[in-house]
Design a protein around this ligand. Structure first.
Ligand SMILES: Nc1nc2c(c(=O)[nH]1)N[C@H]1C(S)=C(S)[C@@H](COP(=O)(O)OP(=O)(O)OC[C@H]3O[C@@H](n4cnc5c(N)ncnc54)[C@H](O)[C@@H]3O)O[C@H]1N2
Ligand code: MOO
Ligand SMILES: [Mg+2]
Length: 429
């Protein structure tokens, strides 16, 4: 029987990333751009705001006219116009004149400050409106100046940034009814295994429902790519080979789950041979996911993820996600790394690097972490509670409450510019 040679996690990631590719740009409606990745840097083509405006409901006046205003000596101003946001007064504010102005309206000519409604006493004299002001107002007081938010020519958002609500607001501000985004890579998903039932089929003895396919689809969407779903395949070389060939012609990358280990019906290694694909590695010094296999055929990658659900999940996050994020022009394609404090003992000695499904939470000012559920590669239940992988480096004798550990976060969009890298010295290959 073939003995597989494991490689370090770091080397496996490097080998995968040698095949990284950059996606091209497409233009889509702003209504569809949420969570897409920006295809061009966003550079402002005008000041924001593009005119001086009032940040309050009040009166626009000349500060110099308030120099002598005190509560004992209030100064009277004549109200010559009234404007709401969107309106522009044709009049110029002259000595001891005021224009009633609402929040967001353009500051009228002649005025250099605004006094809030609450601070003046309004009076109606026959057909003349006046206000009494009892305090000095400084020049520029209560004015939102042209360009104070954004200056024309500012580089606001780099290419490859995920479009969040805030980024979308900027796109709208600068008139992008259509938005340049990176075209998503298309990832084909084929779940393999003669034991697999689909989600709507009743259970039978010895069979299980395909959960990996659905889980991976959801991981693909979270990473920012597009799923192309193929039928589940029984462990049968010919039909599997045909399915993968079809997927290769329709997708940028292919993910299979199951059939990559050394069992009698683990046909992926044979299929790679038949397709003429070049296997980059088929064993990694990590748990779970040690059997994760990646092969390239021309410029496409075939990710052979384990059938065991937790191994499959981890294999995706460590090896497929960065390929997707790089394609989307992210400068930080790897999972966000952080340090967290262990909330429980983790007494297992670890010959291999272990990526433990865990949950981080905030405890006042620090990040704390604890493993969730059963730490076995064939379990599905722990994945639902995990929001990170806690990394237990190989060669360690276990950890105690309060120890600091590395965590890789699933949901944080910041990312890292380099992956988690193992210290080789004491861990086993
Ligand atoms: N003699 C050895 N046996 C095994 C080794 C080994 O080195 N020597 N490695 C073990 C490890 S580690 C793992 S991980 C698994 C990997 O198995 P495969 O990737 O070949 O996957 P399968 O054999 O097809 O399935 C494994 C397991 O996962 C279940 N499965 C498969 N597909 C799905 C799916 N879509 N949804 C849910 N569950 C799925 C399947 O029923 C099996 O129970 O091999 C070990 N064995
Ligand atoms: O690849 Mo397996 O998941 O190492 O346990
Ligand atoms: Mg197997």
């Amino acid at each position: 029987m073939e003995r597989r040679r494991p490689i370090w996690v770091k080397d496996a990631i490097e080998k995968v990333m040698e095949w990284k590719r950059l996606g091209s740009v497409e233009w889509i409606s702003i209504n569809e751009c949420d969570n897409r990745f920006l295809g061009e840097p966003l550079i402002s083509d005008h000041d924001v705001p593009h005119f001086d405006r009032s940040p309050y409901d009040g009166f626009a006046i000349r500060s110099e006219d308030t120099l002598n205003a005190t509560s004992e000596n209030p100064v009277c101003f004549e109200v010559i116009d009234e404007i709401g946001a969107g309106q522009v007064s044709p009049l110029k504010v002259s000595q001891f004149q005021a224009i009633r102005i609402m929040t967001g309206a353009a500051l009228p000519q002649g005025a250099d400050c605004v006094i809030m409604l609450e601070l003046v006493k309004e009076e109606q004299q026959e057909n003349k409106k006046t206000i009494m002001i009892k305090r000095k107002v400084k020049t520029g007081e209560n004015v939102s100046f042209k360009g104070e938010d954004v200056k024309k020519g500012d580089r606001l958002i780099p290419k490859g940034t995920i479009i969040t609500p805030g980024v979308k607001a900027l796109l709208a501000t600068f008139g992008y009814s259509r938005v340049p985004v990176i075209k998503k890579p298309i990832i084909g998903v084929i779940a393999t295994g003669s034991e697999l039932l689909d989600v709507d089929e009743p259970l039978e003895h010895g069979k299980i429902r395909n959960s990996n396919g659905y889980m991976i689809e959801s991981q693909i969407v979270r990473a920012g790519a597009e799923v192309r779903k193929y039928e589940n395949r029984a462990d049968e070389i010919k039909s599997l080979c045909t399915a993968i060939e079809t997927a290769l012609s329709e997708c940028d990358y292919i993910i299979t789950t199951g059939g990559v280990s050394v069992g009698d019906y683990d046909y992926l290694p044979e299929i790679y041979k038949r397709l003429g694909a070049n296997v980059l590695f088929n064993k990694i010094a990590m748990r779970p996911g040690s059997v994760t296999t990646v092969a390239n055929l021309n410029d496409k990658l075939l990710f052979g993820l384990s059938g065991n659900p937790s191994a499959c999940y981890v294999g995706f996050e460590l090896y497929v996600r960065p390929i997707i994020r790089f394609w989307l022009h992210s400068e930080k394609p790897y999972l966000t790394k952080a340090k967290a404090t262990l909330r429980t003992d983790f007494p297992k000695p670890n010959p291999f690097n272990r990526f433990v499904r865990s949950r981080v939470t905030f405890d006042m000012d620090k990040l704390v972490v604890e493993p969730v559920g059963l730490d076995k590669s064939n379990v599905v239940s722990s994945i639902a509670w995990a929001n990170c992988l806690m990394v237990i480096p190989g060669g360690t004798r276990g950890y105690k409450v309060g120890d600091a550990v590395d965590v890789l976060l699933f949901e944080d969009q910041t990312g890292s510019d380099e992956p988690w890298i193992e210290i080789h010295k004491s861990s086993k290959l």
